[in-house]
Design a protein around this ligand. Structure first.
Ligand SMILES: NC(=O)c1ccc[n+]([C@@H]2O[C@H](COP(=O)([O-])OP(=O)(O)OC[C@H]3O[C@@H](n4cnc5c(N)ncnc54)[C@H](O)[C@@H]3O)[C@@H](O)[C@H]2O)c1
Length: 356
């Protein structure tokens, strides 16, 4: 069992599949790329040629019926139905974040995955970042925080796509893509409720950008008891105050156009402070940096702990292999993805009403 090579089917061969997942699947001995699927026939052909893959599909159900596929990674826009189909087909899976677009869609997936005994992970790769792991140890060591600040203003994504060669063939009819986005919009409006449906686009930003932050916060502090305050502070910007067992957390998020990456968690303890600064997710071999401010005797001391150079996506795949081959407990199970969707809806619903 330990020596088995896991055949992986990649569903959705776009940016994140090409930049991160496919190169690691090619490189890591535990895996082989068994099949590729994309709704764009041109894209799947080009990517398959590059990786020498003969099993090519434009329908994920056909890929799931392929006996050489033991596991899948879902890298499309709309994931929920594919997760359900993958579990039904008996495939282990990594689903890119967010798990689904609404808690209602995600809830049955969690139950289905738990009943199946399959390994099912949400692709919260920051959980596997060596710097985040060091940061968690330091946060635990400073005791009960006085206050927490989570900040994600990201930075320009388009700059970094240029670091890699990408193939994108535009051969899917525009009306097919538009129809898919329309159904997602309606499902989100229904989940937010008529009084908050006007925040649909902000909720989408929260899921696409800041679901990582909700997840790493959950990894450090669990799920907040309540959303004390939330407001929209710009077209793609929000500010919220969350309460973690009496500890206040200021959470601010925006789509910014910085030339740098600006995402961090700062934890204020009674005497010491810990700050985890995350790297641009498109950088390889660059982990989060931990900054410590400590009281040493009567003096102040500051230290920087750079995480060992590694790529969180690579470590996510290694963990996936350990879960499948050695029965290791998944660190990012689907239940976490559901908890984050629940919190995202609670944040939006704590804002003043805004109808469409
Ligand atoms: N973990 C991270 O840091 C990270 C970073 C970027 C993207 N993502 C997530 O990865 C997912 C994909 O993002 P992306 O930037 O690669 O998008 P993308 O648009 O570049 O790629 C998506 C691909 O899926 C294909 N596709 C769409 N519908 C399909 C279907 N029904 N069947 C098969 N293929 C289909 C598209 O043709 C496209 O090639 C998103 O859910 C996003 O949130 C995660």
């Amino acid at each position: 069992m330990q020596d088995r090579v896991i055949g992986v089917g990649v569903i959705g061969c776009g940016e994140i599949a090409q930049l991160m997942h496919l190169p690691y699947l090619m490189e890591l001995p535990a895996f082989r790329i068994a099949a590729l699927c994309d709704i764009s026939p041109g894209t799947v052909d080009k990517v398959a040629e590059h990786y020498g893959v003969t099993a090519r599909y434009t329908d994920h159900r056909a890929l799931l019926a392929d006996p050489n596929v033991d596991a899948v990674v879902i890298c499309t826009y709309d994931h929920g139905e594919m997760v359900a189909d993958a579990i039904r087909a008996g495939k282990h899976l990594i689903v890119e974040k967010p798990l689904a677009f609404t808690p209602e869609e995600a809830r049955p997936l969690v139950e289905q995955a738990e009943r199946s005994g399959l390994v099912a992970l949400v692709g919260y790769m920051k959980f596997y970042d060596p710097g985040y792991e060091i940061g968690l140890e330091r946060i635990a060591a400073i005791g009960r925080p006085k206050s927490i600040h989570v900040h994600d203003f990201a930075g320009r994504f388009d700059r970094y796509g240029q670091l890699y060669t990408q193939t994108r063939v535009t051969d899917v009819p525009a009306d097919v893509l538009a129809a898919g986005r329309e159904t997602v919009a309606r499902r989100i409006e229904a989940a937010l409720g008529v009084d908050h449906a006007g925040y649909r686009d902000l909720y989408l930003v929260l899921l696409s950008l800041a679901s990582h932050d909700l997840a790493v916060m959950r990894g450090a502090f669990g799920t907040p008891d309540c959303v004390v305050h939330a407001q929209q502070t710009g077209p793609n910007q929000l500010l919220a105050v969350l309460d973690y067992g009496g500890v206040p957390c200021l959470f601010d998020m925006a789509l910014a156009q910085y030339e740098w990456w600006d995402e961090w968690i700062h934890v204020h303890g009674e005497r010491d402070e810990v700050r985890i600064e995350f790297q641009n997710p498109y950088f390889r071999n660059a982990s989060a940096t931990v900054r410590l401010r400590e009281t040493t005797g009567e003096a102040a001391s500051e230290r920087v702990l750079p995480g060992v150079p590694d790529t969180s996506f690579r470590r996510e795949w290694l963990h996936f292999a350990d879960c499948i081959l050695a029965g290791v407990k998944p660190r990012t199970p689907l239940s976490g993805g559901l908890a984050d969707l629940d919190l995202a809806v609670r944040i939006i619903q704590a804002m003043p009403p805004k109808r469409l």
